[in-house]
Design a protein around this ligand. Sequence first.
Ligand code: ZN
Length: 325
Amino acid sequence: MTSAGVELQNDCVLGIDIGGTKMAAGVVALDGEVLSVVKIPTGGHADAEALWDALADAGDEALRQAGVDRVAGVGCGCAGPMTWPEGVVSPLNIKVWREFPLAARIHEKWPHGPARVHNDAVCVAIAEHWMGAAKGSANALGMVVSTGVGGGLVLAGRVYNGGLGNAGHIGHMVVADDGPECPCGGRGCLEMYAAGPRIVEWAQQRGWSPDEGANADGITLLASAEGGDEVAIAAFRRSGESVGQIIASCAALLDLDVVAIGGGLINAGNLLMQPLLESFDRHAGFRFVRRVQILPASAGQNAGILGAAALVAAGDVYWTQIRTT
Ligand SMILES: [Zn+2]
């Protein structure tokens, strides 16, 4: 297999998934088999170098556990924003890294191949296309509904990056003109309607509260909804409806084959999915829009690592650097 002209000598790559709460590194075979996974917390590091050292150690430990001494390259998904394709990152929720040259540091540490860094949600979408619900489809949207709402696009069989690598920010598509202000600077964004913390806030404003001793989070809200609490049910309904509306818009714009939805809120099952599909049904008109398959994500627990690994393991399918600006 070749990758950007580089002959891959080894039969596995290192995949790294960096989020605001935890980081994971794993060795992945070129056929997508995950050979090792090492997870560590992201927080608690004094400065940029301490965090990098912890990540580098986790990567080495993943190699050791997989029994390999070198890999064909390293793919990394990281929370944004970042400068792409250079891989200089300033993740909103990782304050010690500002303009941190992540791709350069990865390459310095594991020099036997390419080092490629992309948005973490894009990597999850890649995992769904490589090994999950969107496998075999040419035009797919992968999305994550969790603490935030993120996504990535595979169009005509390739990752679609956009001009600066930011395509797929579905959480900031507009649901309502008069909606709440969003930290992105916009207003009425999908994330303000659908993300876990937002629906918990919405429910609390309408009188819902967790049982004594329990946290006010998505898990307790889900337990309330499953127990028949009307406000909790309405909170998931509102989330699902907003996601369904935006999926109909995306399908109309992009003529999609598959939308794969992952993230913690999918655990709500039909409390989320039924209103989502009903809302999609109301908003999707054209037959080409209605044909899109809306599926739960299936790449599993290690989707972030898998998608990151695929940046290298799948050659140039998920990594093209056509700058349009
Ligand atoms: Zn926004």
